[in-house]
Design a protein around this ligand. Structure first.
Ligand code: AMP
Length: 287
């Protein structure tokens, strides 16, 4: 396993692979790898000859009162787990390497990033879009693998690739969950046992939403109210949002179209903020 710390070294390694005719897949992560990340690395492994996992806790996507300093960083474990899943290289630059003195250019999204996570976390998506651009220019991938867990990030990165004509194919993997339904997240380690069991209300509300859609409900407001009731049954310390949106624009829909819509939510249990989402698909045999 090759661990690369500088952009210049990463670009040289990527150039060498490309010259040898090998295709590169990148999996951007902030480390603290769990089975969700492992699934992305395995997908990358089956999509290209060379797999680069990036591990970078990107300071610019954290707000001033967020968990940047306490974010888990089990680097040695991550290297072993990524290697076992099939990663050939780890790109793990320092913050100074990515944002040296004089850094002054940022990439901004003016569409899908505006609501929800973007509204709750000002500056978050500018940080994400800028770092993804830099991780792409460092690793020179043919393919990049992201998780549906961060659905709004997927919409924003799709727009980045399309709007700036980046020559990268995006692959999006479904959400990996624990057996009880909780979506895996590096932040789950912050949850107490009680918070964790209350947080199961999030995935339950998504299952309930799909059940109601299966029953014929098409009103987003009706679905939202039903989801809210389930989320509230978990006594979250705060609900940031529960909404039904178009998966590309992240604007709210009034009715679920036949092509489906995305149910998204964010809530806090104790000091831990959790996200979840599910694509709601009406049955196709209806008129
Ligand atoms: P993070 O390290 O949290 O920035 O996540 C890195 C990548 O892993 C992102 O593309 C996430 O969407 C993805 N990811 C995180 N959790 C999961 C999960 N439970 N299932 C699938 N992908 C995930």
């Amino acid at each position: 396993m090759k661990i690369i710390r500088t952009i210049a070294e990463m670009q040289a390694a990527a150039d060498a692979e490309r010259r040898a005719g090998r295709r590169i897949a990148v999996v951007p992560t902030m480390g603290a790898l769990h089975r969700g990340h492992i699934r992305l690395i395995e997908r990358a492994r089956s999509s290209a000859e060379v797999v680069v996992t990036t591990i970078f806790v990107n300071p610019t996507q954290f707000g001033p009162h967020e968990d940047l300093s306490r974010y888990p960083r089990p680097f040695e474990q991550d290297v072993a787990a990524a290697g076992q899943a099939g990663s050939d290289m780890i790109f793990a630059p320092s913050a100074e390497e990515m944002y040296p003195d004089g850094f002054q250019t940022r990439v901004t999204n003016d569409g899908a990033s505006l609501g929800f996570e973007g509204a709750e976390r000002p500056g978050h998506f500018q940080g994400v879009v800028t770092v993804v651009t830099k991780l792409f220019t460092a690793t020179k991938p043919h393919v990049a693998v992201f998780g549906q867990k961060d659905a709004q990030q997927v919409a924003v990165v799709r727009a980045l690739v399309r709007d700036l004509n980046l020559d990268v194919r995006l692959i999006v993997e479904p959400i990996v969950r624990d057996a009880d339904g909780l979506a895996l997240s590096s932040r789950n380690v912050y949850l107490s046992a009680d918070e964790r069991s209350r947080a199961l209300a999030l995935s339950r509300s998504l299952t309930e939403a799909q059940r109601i859609v299966d029953g014929g409900e098409r009103s987003a407001e009706g679905l939202r109210r039903a989801m809210l009731a389930v989320v509230e049954s978990g006594r979250p310390d705060r609900i940031d949002y529960v909404a039904i949106v178009d998966p590309a624009s992240f604007s709210e829909v009034r009715l679920i179209p036949t092509t489906g819509a995305l149910a998204i939510l964010a809530a806090r249990f104790g000091s831990t903020r959790l996200l979840d989402n599910a694509f709601l698909q009406p049955r196709t045999n209806e008129a």
